[in-house]
Design a protein around this ligand. Sequence first.
Ligand code: FES
Ligand code: FES
Length: 195
Amino acid sequence: MQGVGVSSALAPGLAENAQAQTSAGVIAGETEITLTVNGKPLKLTVEPRTTLLDALRNQTELTGAKRVCDRGTCGACSVLIGGKVMYACSLLAVDVVGKPVTTIEGFAVQAGKPHPVVEAFVNNDAQQCGYCTPGFVVAAKAFLDGNPSPTMDQVQSGLGGNLCRCGTYVGVRKAVMEAAARMKGAAAPKGGPNA
Ligand code: FES
Ligand code: FES
């Protein structure tokens, strides 16, 4: 897998076996779990094979993480686990019990203000169909948290775990550079597509 900070955790065969050897022990059949998502406890009933993406999208209103490849390749389902970007389609829900999960809903708008990464994506028209966009925003936030003053080359490689079928890469990279500047206090540039 290309890119930095993106991890996957596939467990081959779970779909067939309908039981899982997890960090919590062997789990079979439906089980109730409590996840910590965006700082809040979330009670869910899942099967051992239920991915975090399925749990979020099918049982909650947190649908920002998108399903595209569903096999740990495109990054559309990116979430943060303890601040690290991971593919929610490639994680079992039972395996993130006790770990802080952050979805795009957890930081995109706070106190009525959009996160600088979100604003920069809008300013730079960094989306077409928009289906990859939440994953890119999550990955960009994590990338900038770890590298607040990146070069354009670092942005390109840093977001290499996310794919855009519409080819908005130029806009995305410009947005991340703008977000980096704004997170350090720079004013919003004038004259962007939505200025
Ligand atoms: S949907 Fe998860 S990586 Fe593509
Ligand atoms: S904007 Fe369409 S897939 Fe990226």
